[in-house]
Design a protein around this ligand. Sequence first.
Ligand code: NCD
Length: 315
Amino acid sequence: MSRSDLEEILDLTDTFAEIGRRPIPKVPALRGRTVATAFFENSTRTRMSFETAARRLSADTVAFSAGSSSLSKGESLRDTVEVVASYGADLLVVRHAMAGTAHRVADWTDLSVVNAGDGCHEHPTQALLDCYTLREQRGSLDGMRIAIVGDIRHSRVARSNILAFTALGAEVVLVAPATLLPPAIDGWPVTVFHELDLLLADLDAVYLLRMQQERITEGLIPSLREYANDFGLSTDRVARMRSDALVLHPGPTNRGVEISAEAAADPRSVILDQVVNGVSVRMAVLFQLLGSGQQLVAADIEPVGDDARPEGVDR
Ligand code: NCD
């Protein structure tokens, strides 16, 4: 996506963030539409975030998750997608352990397809919510120096964020042991460091990645403890960051590995803002793909009448 494509979604997200702060955060924009989620790989927050976004827009949701489905009976990916689509879905949110799955699925169906993470490849809505969070805190990413730290090699979040952060004018520094960098990094718009301590005082934001233990099959690091010593955002390291620097993590965090509990709870940490903003950004994405000619009209974002609670009833 170009800078202006990204900015368009981030601007639209402002409207949906405002809806999220209402006592009843629900609007009729996608009434009558159905959003299907097909998660072939485990997820807590991304799936809940998409489902919450769909419900806040009054869309219906159908959920498919691999663990409890006929996939274990050998149903193919294509069959599964066709079945999910046949429930009248207008849009399909797909997560899969294999790179390229969302693109492949989009070839098989006329529905809009949103990539919610494909293997080590990309996680576009995560990048959007991270950009939104940085922009909310700083007004703009222009000129920011952001370090992405950790298991870059297996991280779809890093790949999407490198593209998005640089498109919005930030400088990206990767910090990782050589074994956790992708084999071919030439041409990426980044600089690479192998030591976090040298940079800490010079960063506007530190983006920590989860150690993706499910994707690490070789002995790429000596031990988690050694990794934490060299690359973890410890309590001592967070103390050496600038007072206005920001700490981000896509979740789920391995406390004590890539980040200490104290660093995650530091006032500079915006990890919970990322979760809240994830819903607003996904509302913007769903609306952009399914909404009335893509222009928000007043009727789209009126409070939903039939959902109003009786007076005096607390939420
Ligand atoms: C990320 C993912 O699944 O790629 N998490 C997420 O979407 N909340 C990052 C991760 O799993 O480490």
